[in-house]
Design a protein around this ligand. Structure first.
Ligand code: CMC
Length: 401
């Protein structure tokens, strides 16, 4: 009653007031807690920006070092988890493994379980419960790399690697992925830095589909492990986090710059989708795409140029001039970073995982903000406009026609 129009796809629905991330899609502006993404990518690190997103201000030296220590110390997984990872088929998609792994992780930490006599993880004004909440946050960020690396190694039949000490968050992740048994193994510093910048760029993007999913699940006061698992599932789809994988599959199918015009014609006939283009909020180039181009140059200087780069550039150059895309304000989004991941040697189906690991930070920043709202948490229960059958009477099976 009273509802006349359904806002399909939430084109015009703001579900929350937020202090975290600002986007001006017309001007191509992205800021974390007021700081321009360009400045953060240049001067901050992924973990420092994670602190900023979660707590609202840049950390002092002491604040950062205690945050970093907490996060990295929480990287270690219970030894039994090896059995969980080994229960997957050798060819399981790493996103299926990771989505399950976050829910599985929750089974270890009953202190985060919200169902105990109606208590929630956070009780207003109670310092211990706030510390308990932050502990789950450190743990989820710290273990995101460990779970991701385990999902990677199990498919190769390799032993799992305990998170090392003395490396950055991104360095530790690369170490856990690549470690081959040499004591002095260290990730390439250029690639480590490049991944750190890409992680920073992917850490948050306000009310995207997966962040909304995390909040939707979280609004029932479920534990954050289950909420993050739900976010992971939401991100997996090709219209969201799966797009970086879809971009490479598209470029492989195009094959060479010569085939770009025919491919664009099939997009215009709606037979195909131009992955890596278009965005619900940006109606101009995604500001992260410029930073990604710079990172790509640094990575290609180490790894050599990706063979798909020429096709990608030809596609980009043709699409940004084509009236079909210009009139619909379809510009490159962040997902061409798949070319960098490919050059760094990550398997194609692992790309969405590289999106999840940093986005855990954004999910938890939004979740924490919602949990700490002075008015408490209100369950997200939207309405629908019913357009189905009027009341009718049940017909026994032998009388149905
Ligand atoms: N290729 C061809 N046509 C497109 C594309 C595209 N990539 N994106 C949008 N359009 C067309 C769409 O068909 C529509 O045309 P018309 O008005 O004639 O019907 C028009 O542009 C408006 O698009 P829309 O689908 O209404 O826009 P949306 O806000 O609902 O969808 C999107 C946004 C990102 C799902 C969509 O642009 C898309 O499918 N892009 C390709 C997948 C992709 O790269 N996704 C990653 C997004 S960025 C990172 C992230 O969020 O994970």
């Amino acid at each position: 009653k009273g509802l006349r129009v359904a806002d399909k796809g939430f084109l015009n629905t703001a579900v929350i007031e937020s202090h975290i991330t600002y986007i001006d899609g017309e001007a191509g502006v992205l800021r974390y807690r007021g700081y321009p993404i360009e400045q953060l990518a240049e001067q901050s690190s992924f973990l420092e920006s994670a602190y900023l997103l979660i707590y609202g201000s840049l950390p002092t030296n002491n604040q950062f070092s205690s945050f970093e220590t907490e996060v990295l110390q929480h990287g270690i997984m219970h030894a039994d988890a090896a059995g969980f990872f080994r229960s997957f088929r050798y060819d399981a998609h790493p996103m299926a493994i990771l989505t399950s792994a976050f829910a599985y992780l929750g089974s270890y930490y009953s202190e985060a379980n919200p169902s105990l006599e109606g208590q929630t993880l956070f009780t207003k004004g109670d310092k211990a419960s706030l510390q308990n909440m932050d502990k789950q946050i450190y743990r989820l960020i710290g273990k995101a790399t460990t779970l991701a690396a385990m999902a990677y190694r199990v498919r190769q039949g390799r032993e799992f690697v305990t998170p090392p000490t003395g490396l950055s968050y991104t360095g530790s992740f690369l170490y856990q992925m690549d470690y081959l048994g040499h004591e002095d193994y260290r990730p390439n510093p250029v690639l480590e830095h490049a991944l750190d910048v890409l992680f920073l760029l992917h850490a948050d993007h306000e009310m995207n589909a997966s962040s909304t999913t995390v909040l939707q699940a979280g609004s029932s006061l479920v534990d954050p492990y289950s909420a993050v698992s739900a976010g992971c599932a939401s991100l997996y789809g090709p219209l969201h986090g799966g797009a970086n994988e879809a971009v490479i599959r598209m470029l492989i199918s195009i094959g060479s710059p010569a085939n770009v015009p025919a491919f664009l014609e099939s997009v215009k006939k709606r037979e195909k989708v131009l992955s890596g283009f278009g965005h619900r909020v940006y109606k101009t180039s995604d500001p992260r795409s410029y930073i990604i181009r710079k990172v790509a140059d640094e990575v290609f200087a180490v790894t050599g140029k990706d063979e798909l780069l020429d096709t990608a550039m030809a596609l980009h150059d043709a699409a940004i001039k084509d009236q079909y895309f210009v009139s619909r304000k379809l510009a490159p989004n962040v997902d061409f970073c798949g070319l960098i991941y490919r050059a760094m040697g990550f398997p194609l189906d692992f790309f969405p995982v590289l999106f999840v690991v940093p986005r855990v930070v954004g999910w938890l920043a939004h979740w924490r903000q919602m949990m700490l709202h002075p008015d408490g948490v209100k369950i997200w229960r939207p309405r629908q406009i019913y357009v189905g059958a009027e009341k009718r009477d049940y017909v026994p099976v032998d009388q149905r026609v």
